[in-house]
Write a protein that binds this ligand. Structure first.
Ligand code: ADP
Ligand code: ZN
Length: 737
């Protein structure tokens, strides 16, 4: 028996080896092996099994790493498809299919200290202890609430907001026992109470019928188009239940950002009867947790997988349904090789493995909408909110004409301030949304016009008040903010633009009594911070939440009746043909946060371009109107979904060399391209310099992505690049920066 092996690091070369007899029974496609390559031993993946080998002197496989092949044949096929379609080396695609933690095999199963209540503790005793050592009582309560434990000490400590030493103290007092347990590092190690299935409303009944028909005999993906709060998630939950009841598995993709404890809880409580059969995968897991979750899926223990982008590679067997929530989200696109789009892979995987595919969104992407219009997808609608609430009223405030005698105006218009004040008076909550972190965008000298820029990236630095620093949001470069202009030394250097920190500060000034919290990538660096802030907001311990898109998605707060969008124009004026679509989607999503409970919701949108179509259509909740006009624009210019696109980006530290290489590439592509493919000139990328690299781009347009990919591969393979110029090919790119 012989195998063809793809070593992890051998530049895509495949090598053949003989399998020693004792190994034969266990080796298969997808097995991870150690093989000799020249003088070294490398880890690789078996991608083919043969009875014979054409080569005379073939070497032996040195070791087999796992009992069971780590990559299922179906996923290996998927990897091969990805390598071809997305124009990337096969081993990069194979690596994408296996998480690092599993590939390295270094983590292993783990034991962990877990605490449990050691004996019965009466209320009197608790009260007594409360006076002496309140933190110990906090810690105890967490265990008691969890049915006495055992619970991982780290988790219990985090939940109680105490340090782990408190549990040691409790152990000394004999109140708690701590022992090492072999635990799955379940990041959501809680027990959930079962949530019942809801009685569906007539629209949901119809939608469910369509889903069940599709599940019985998969034909084409379903696009579930329903406004926020129309009950899409309820449909997902039912579909998963049907799949599981039929002995199949279910795969649910949600955007990373929406993978909140709230979302996970909702799934876990619905499937409380089979909680251990749910695996959750996202980027905040530790390597160990990722390892555990992956093996839970691989072993077949997990029947339901919920996760972000890369979960599309979850090794579930026999999936009955694959769900992609918020299918329009650009975070489904991976921004390094393999540059796949998990939504598109879901459609492909569903087709290949015979699973129904359900794509859901309140604002479907133009691509999916187009597919639904052309009959490639089945369109299913949920037109009403479940609670029958009308959509929130949206008011557009024109920032170009600030109200007279409004000295406070600027960041927060009078209308917005009054609206916030009104909510506070009624004990209701507000969310203010701004798509930009930091205190203000940039530091600008009023005398010479100098703007502080990152030395390594062609963007201005963002001022962060708390640390008095300027930070580059591309590469993280940061330095003290200057007191005088670095160029002309004038002290009239000031902050222009607005970031979340500045909004928070303005709010503090205007509403000194308000309880305000901020949620963005800067304030949420601690793992638990996100949970804590959301918890406080949910329990009504905060009046106003300020944040970036972190707060735009998937959250459900019944007491929020006002959503303010501080500057709707951010993101509109960037050189990307999808800018309008993104702003429309974002406004619609954010607006969906208002009035999800008993009370009417209101949305206030502040903008300098009140008549832009994105804002006007979003204001009238007119998705189809927006689509119609946007389709027209895309059609006229041959942009996706009417044509396909590929973007080749070259980068290097020597500007001339990068530019020259890009020009050469463009010329060669043009010479090789058939008539239907349009090759662009070599141009500096919109983000011309990033992380010390100069960047140039060449775009390809044509009717078929596959053809673009093949052309790129063919030309690039034959074109030697200077050693210090790196090439990235992005098929169906989502961001053109
Ligand atoms: P979406 O996913 O479209 O935003 P959800 O499924 O989250 O909508 O539904 C919004 C709210 O309505 C949730 O609180 C959910 O529990 C509730 N809900 C959904 N379907 C029903 C139903 N048939 N009856 C009662 N409540 C429902
Ligand atoms: Zn930078």
């Amino acid at each position: 028996m012989f195998v063809r092996v793809l070593p992890d690091q051998a530049a895509g070369r495949m090598l053949d080896y003989r399998v020693p007899r004792p190994m034969e029974a266990s080796v298969g496609i997808g097995s991870r092996v150690r093989v000799p390559v020249r003088t070294r031993l490398l880890t690789g993946t078996v991608i083919g099994v043969m009875d014979e080998c054409a080569f005379e002197s073939v070497r032996d496989v040195a070791a087999l790493l796992d009992e069971k092949p780590m990559i299922r044949p179906a996923l290996l096929d998927l990897a091969a498809w990805i390598a071809d379609y997305y124009c990337c080396p096969l081993e990069a695609a194979v690596r994408g299919v296996l998480p690092v933690a599993v590939r390295d095999g270094k983590v292993g199963a783990k034991t962990q200290n877990a605490a449990r209540v050691a004996r019965e503790i009466g209320d009197d005793e608790l009260a007594k202890l409360e006076k002496k050592a309140p933190r110990q009582v906090d810690a105890l309560r967490v265990l008691i609430e969890a049915g006495g434990g055992p619970m991982a000490v780290t988790l219990a400590a985090a939940k109680a907001g105490v340090s782990e030493s408190v549990f040691r103290a409790l152990e000394k007092n004999g109140l708690v026992a701590i022992e090492a347990m072999k635990v799955a590092r379940n990041p959501y190690a809680e027990r959930f109470v079962a949530g019942a299935e809801l009685v569906l409303n007539p629209e949901q009944v119809e939608a469910m019928k369509a889903v069940e028909t599709e599940m019985a005999r998969p034909e084409k993906p379903i696009l579930l188009f329903g406004v926020t709060g129309s009950g899409k998630t309820e449909i997902y939950l039912r579909a998963i239940r049907r799949a599981v009841d039929a002995g199949k598995t279910a795969l649910v993709l949600v955007p990373e950002i929406a993978l909140t404890p709230q979302t996970v809880e909702r799934f876990k409580s619905r499937f409380a009867d089979m909680q251990d059969a749910i695996a959750v995968m996202h980027s905040h897991l530790s390597e160990g947790e990722r390892y555990d979750e992956w093996h839970k899926i691989h072993s077949g223990e997990a029947r339901i997988v919920i996760g972000a982008r890369s979960s599309i590679f979850a090794p579930v067997e026999n999936p009955g349904i694959i769900i992609v929530d918020e299918e329009h989200e650009s975070s489904y696109k991976q921004d390094e090789a393999p540059r796949y789009n998990a939504r598109d892979l879901a459609v492909l995987r569903g087709k290949r493995e015979g699973a129904a595919v359900l794509l859901g969104s309140a604002t479907p992407s133009l691509e999916s909408w187009h597919n639904a219009q052309s009959g490639k997808y089945r369109l299913v609608r949920l037109n009403q909110r479940v609670d029958d609430k009308s959509m929130p009223v949206v008011r557009v405030i024109d920032l170009r004409r600030p109200a007279r005698n409004d000295p406070e105006g600027g960041i927060l218009s009078r209308a917005l301030r009054e609206a916030i004040e009104g909510r506070m008076g009624k004990g209701e909550q507000s969310i203010l949304f701004l798509n930009r972190r930091g205190f203000s965008t940039s530091m600008l000298c009023e005398v010479c016009g100098h703007v502080c820029e990152c030395p390594d990236c062609s963007v201005s630095l963002t001022y962060h008040r708390a640390a008095e620093r300027l930070v580059c949001h591309i590469c993280g470069h940061n330095r003290r903010s200057p007191k005088v202009c670095p160029k002309c030394a004038d002290p009239k250097i000031r902050h222009s633009g607005t970031g979340t920190q500045k909004v928070e500060e303005a709010l503090n000034k205007i509403f000194p009594k308000a309880r305000i919290a901020r949620m963005d990538a800067d304030s949420m660096t601690r793992k638990e911070a996100y949970r804590e802030t959301l918890g406080a907001f949910k329990e009504g311990r905060l009046d106003i939440l300020v944040g970036t898109q972190m707060i735009a998605k998937g959250l459900h707060f019944p007491n929020v009746t006002l959503v303010g969008i501080v500057n709707a124009d951010l993101g509109l004026h960037i050189p990307d043909f999808r800018a309008g679509e993104r702003v429309f989607q974002l406004l619609t999503q954010v607006a969906g946060r208002a009035g999800r409970g008993e009370m009417e919701g209101e949305v206030i949108v502040q903008t300098y371009t009140p008549f832009s179509p994105s804002i006007q259509f979003a204001r009238h909740h007119d998705y189809e109107g927006f689509m119609e006009q946007e389709m027209e624009f895309r059609r006229n210019f041959g942009y996706p979904p009417f044509g396909r696109m590929a973007m080749i980006t070259l980068r290097g530290t020597m500007r001339e060399r990068v530019e020259f290489s890009a020009q050469t590439l463009s010329r060669k592509l043009r010479a090789a391209a058939p008539a239907q493919i349009v090759v662009g000139e070599a141009v500096p990328a919109p983000l011309e310099k990033a992380k010390t690299y100069f960047r140039f781009q060449v775009s390809l347009r044509g009717a078929s992505s596959q053809k673009l990919s093949r052309l790129a591969r063919e030309v690039l393979d034959a074109l030697p690049m200077p050693e210090d110029v790196f090439v990235a090919v992005d098929i169906d790119p989502l961001h053109l920066m």
